[in-house]
Design a protein around this ligand. Structure first.
Ligand code: AMP
Length: 220
């Protein structure tokens, strides 16, 4: 059987990144987040990063060409043979079509596209309050504080950061972009017979369990 290819769909704040990291831990898969790859390109000051920076700060989508180039680079690395969780990709019909071609060339196909179903209004609060430890562990001012204030539960680190685009105004623009360009992909994957839906308004542990059941069911 070829390695699993999972897609997590959902608006900003739905929990794609959090759940992707948990699926990595639970199933040994590799999280591929185009947002993380783009932020790394911005931080490194690459040509693609320079082009993407202002677009990301405005809460708009970066061009398919740039996103596909960085994703292809990442997919050329050997660890992806373990199976992947695509987090934040595809986000447009063009990206979905390009992914189909990329996978077909590699003799792979989509195992499941899982839609994390949430209420938009709650997303503004979820995204505005979030921050991350340098080790990658995510926290939230209200919903997920570290056990000891200012100290990461996972690595003991004390360096945290907030994303430039995680403010209420930009979140609304990101939600608009999601509904205009990404939400139609739910019907696209439903048509392909690979769509799963999960209620993602509950607590993180319950959603992790639900997702785990879906993924384990696919492997069975
Ligand atoms: P994320 O970390 O997934 O919330 O993405 C942060 C920002 O990076 C988005 O608001 C977009 O500007 C950009 N981005 C991430 N992934 C994509 C993608 N697949 N297509 C276009 N832009 C993207």
């Amino acid at each position: 059987m070829s390695a699993p290819v999972l897609i997590l769909l959902g608006p900003p704040g739905a929990g794609k990144g959090t759940q992707a990291r948990m699926l990595e831990e639970d199933f040994g898969l590799i999280q591929l987040s185009t947002g993380d790859l783009l932020r790394a390109a911005v931080a490194a000051g690459t040509v693609a990063g320079k082009q993407a920076k202002a677009v990301m700060e405005a809460g708009q989508l970066v061009s398919d060409d740039i996103v596909l180039a960085i994703l292809k680079d990442r997919m050329a690395q050997p660890d992806v043979a373990k199976g992947i969780i695509l987090d934040g990709f595809p986000r447009t019909a063009g990206q979905a079509a390009a992914l189909d071609v990329l996978l077909a060339e590699a003799g792979q196909k989509i195992t499941a596209a899982i839609s994390l179903e949430v209420d938009d209004e709650a997303m503004v609060g979820r995204v505005s309050g979030r921050y991350t430890c340098a080790c990658g562990e995510g926290y939230h001012d209200e919903f997920k504080r570290p056990a000891v204030a200012g100290v990461c539960d996972k690595c003991g680190g004390t360096t945290f950061k907030r994303r430039a685009d995680d403010n209420a105004e930009t979140v609304r623009d990101r939600l608009t972009a999601y509904h205009a360009q990404t939400a139609p992909l739910i019907a696209y994957y439903e048509g392909k017979g690979v769509l799963e839906r999960i209620d993602a308004m509950g607590n993180i542990a319950d959603i992790r369990t639900g997702l785990g059941q879906i993924v384990a069911g696919m492997a069975a």
